[in-house]
Design a protein around this ligand. Structure first.
Ligand SMILES: N[C@@H]1[C@@H](O)[C@H](O)[C@@H](COP(=O)(O)O)O[C@@H]1O
Length: 380
């Protein structure tokens, strides 16, 4: 986990926007190698979008080969409703940069079959090669996307009923009228977010500080779904000072010291090169995966089987799945040296005077082998 703390919201937003720009540039996207970006709505990412637009207008970045997937969308309000997430995204970001509309993906909360919409969304993410960087905000109760408290940490894109806290918090966008706030939404699942190669979360303001504390200093808990990030290999949370109010001083000092030490030592905290450049063709032999017939990707075994909540130890699982079941595998007899003669044994032969037990003993192997196993014959 990386926690980047900046003095205020503007500095935190600038850090995130600059980070995304650097990631896209280093990735060097092309039509056949697009950078896949997961995006949130809400007030938290507003500064990030504004700065990204500024950087685009200053010629620092192009979104031509960027594919986006939004986290969520309300169910039941028209796509062009002022508070729909479609409207939000076009208004604050997409209309101002050179992104191709066909590269923009936002769940359709008015789809005739919502379940099919969710399944198709997951399939589209997959066929795009998976999400390279998922940007997220959090709710005051630590929810990520619309994965409300109690959501399965293995969840995928689905229909979700909103928690009362969320309806209340979002009523500020609906004239403070609870009745106008949609009560359901489509949302990517916790697992969908965790499968992104990198997750970056922007958190600002004192009202998010308890959520941040629960998610960083306490255990993984489905009541604070951001805490699932503890299971991700490359999570980064960028926050302002106010958001750290509930953290222990030593936690804040430690995360600040990581940056300070890195700067003093003159090295950067960077992602593994495979994550930075995306799934390119590695020099070593790799398996080739044809993703939905659209994109021929070369993925090495480690990437194709990266850990998930459902399969946290892919190596172990893989070994177990190829291992012969114990019941079918006479491992000991195989390892015995062929020189050693196996002698049939039975308990009776170990008893000094076995005559006393006659009639109650199981016939010996030699008797059984000759088809003479008649207990009566051995007995009285
Ligand atoms: N679905 C969105 C979340 O993605 C967002 O993180 C949260 C916080 O919103 P804000 O940033 O406005 O506090 O609001 C909604 O619930």
């Amino acid at each position: 986990m990386r926690l980047i703390i900046r003095d205020d919201t503007e500095a935190a937003s600038f850090y995130v926007a600059s980070y995304i720009v650097e990631r896209i540039k280093h990735f060097d996207p092309a039509p056949a190698h697009p950078f896949v970006l997961g995006l949130p709505t809400g007030s938290s990412p507003l500064g990030v979008y504004r700065i990204l637009v500024e950087k685009y207008k200053a010629g620092e970045i192009s979104f031509e080969n960027v594919v986006t997937f939004n986290m969520d969308e309300y169910i039941g309000i028209p796509r062009d409703h002022p508070q729909s997430y479609h409207t939000f995204m076009w208004q604050h970001f997409f209309s101002h940069v050179n992104i191709h509309p066909r590269n923009v993906h936002i769940l359709d909360g008015n789809a005739p079959n919502l379940e099919a919409e969710c399944v198709e969304y997951e399939a589209k993410i997959k066929s795009s090669g998976g999400i390279d960087l998922f940007l997220a905000g959090i709710g005051e109760d630590g929810h990520i996307a619309f994965n409300e408290p109690g959501s399965s940490l293995a969840s995928r894109t689905r229909v979700k009923t909103l928690a009362y806290d969320t309806v209340l918090a979002n009523s500020r966008f609906f004239n403070d009228d609870l009745d106008q706030v949609p009560k359901m939404a489509l949302t990517v699942g916790v697992q969908t977010v965790l499968e992104a190669r990198e997750v970056v979360v922007i958190v600002h303001g004192a009202r998010k500080s308890l959520a941040l504390q629960r998610c960083i200093e306490q255990g993984v808990n489905h009541m604070w779904t951001l805490s699932s990030l503890q299971l991700h290999p490359h999570p980064m949370i960028v926050c302002d000072e106010d958001a750290t109010l509930e953290l222990q001083v030593k936690t804040v000092k430690y995360f600040k010291s990581i940056e300070q030490v890195a700067r003093a030592q003159g090295f950067e905290q960077i992602l593994p090169s495979k994550i930075r450049t995306g799934p390119s063709k590695p020099a070593l032999p790799a398996q080739t995966i044809l993703v939905n017939g659209e994109r021929d990707r070369h993925v090495d075994a480690a990437e194709s089987e990266s850990p998930t909540i459902l399969a946290p130890q892919p190596t172990t699982s893989r070994l177990l799945s190829v291992a012969t079941p114990a019941s079918e595998c006479p491992i000991r007899s195989r390892s015995v040296s062929p020189d050693i003669e196996l002698v049939p044994d039975r308990m009776a032969s170990r008893i000094a005077d076995s005559s006393v037990f006659r009639g109650r003993l199981t016939p010996g192997p030699e008797v059984q082998a000759n088809g003479l196993a008649r207990v009566n014959a051995v007995g009285a």
